[in-house]
Design a protein. Structure first.
Length: 269
């Protein structure tokens, strides 16, 4: 096992090809965002890179990886794990690659020391901070790469309020927004939404509603976000419009609530 610096990792990626990236059991925003960003950055280099399909991926995080899953029969030359500290966190399909991990990237003090090469820094609040440095070393961090990285960094810091949040965390978040991201809205399930733009970031709690059916809530949320943005609504108002639409959507047994309307959304904002 050998510890690699960020420049050494960049050289490793540039000298090789056909990568498979692993996420952990019950994947959160950090492992998902890191895997997606690294995969996209490698593809920008012209490399073949995929994520191993994780059956536990939630609907919320799946939007970042839908186009990145490895096709059946893909034979990787190199395997990379991100944000995985222990062997117990490998889901069955990932466990099959445990002895083939060429690079393990992590930020947990409890990291168990697997992989032919490692990049582990417990001083980082999120693995996304490390992967950001790797992506920056590989080339330009585009908005496409920045979005999942922002998800990664914001997730493991509790929207930048946990005690592990550092000055470097804020620097990374600011740098990601400067790539061209105008506004970022990250669903936190029952805890509401993290909304961010160049002026800063805010947490907007859920708008109450009677739970009947969650099908269509995500689509309603995104449609209302787009509508509010085009209406010139500010950051918080846009987030609240999305949450209002989601609360209306979940109150109907139908995929599209017949009561959904602009007036209904405005009444709940």
């Amino acid at each position: 096992m050998k510890t690699l610096t960020i420049p050494e990792i960049a050289c490793f990626f540039k000298a090789n090809d056909h990568f498979l990236i692993l996420t952990h059991r019950r994947p959160d925003g950090d492992t998902t965002g890191c895997a997606a960003a690294l995969c996209l950055a490698l593809r920008q280099l012209g490399r073949t890179a995929f994520l191993l399909r994780n059956p536990e991926m939630t609907e919320t995080n799946a939007v970042y990886v839908t186009e990145l899953w490895a096709p059946e029969g893909f034979a990787p030359d190199f395997v990379v794990s991100v944000d995985i500290a222990a062997r117990s966190l490998f889901f069955p399909a990932a466990e099959a690659y445990f002895d083939r991990i060429g690079l393990a990237v992590d930020h947990h003090p409890s990291f168990e020391g697997f992989g032919a090469h490692q990049c582990v820094d417990p001083s980082r609040a999120a693995c996304g901070e490390i992967v950001y440095e790797i992506c920056r070393e590989l080339g330009e961090v585009t908005a496409e790469v920045a979005l999942p990285l922002y998800v990664a960094v914001s997730t493991d810091t509790g929207c930048f309020v946990y005690a592990n949040t550092t000055a470097n965390t804020h620097r990374v978040a600011a740098a990601l927004l400067e790539t061209g991201l105008r506004r970022v809205f990250i669903s936190m399930g029952g805890d509401g939404v993290l909304a961010a733009d160049h002026s800063g970031q805010i947490h907007v709690p859920c708008i109450p509603g009677k739970m009947v059916n969650t099908t269509g809530c995500g689509d309603a949320f995104m449609a209302a976000i787009a509508w509010a943005y085009l209406e010139g609504t500010d950051l918080e108002g846009t987030a609240r419009a999305g949450l209002a639409a989601a609360s209306i959507a979940m109150e109907s047994g139908e995929t599209i609530n017949p009561s959904m309307s602009v007036e209904g959304i405005r009444s709940r904002i």
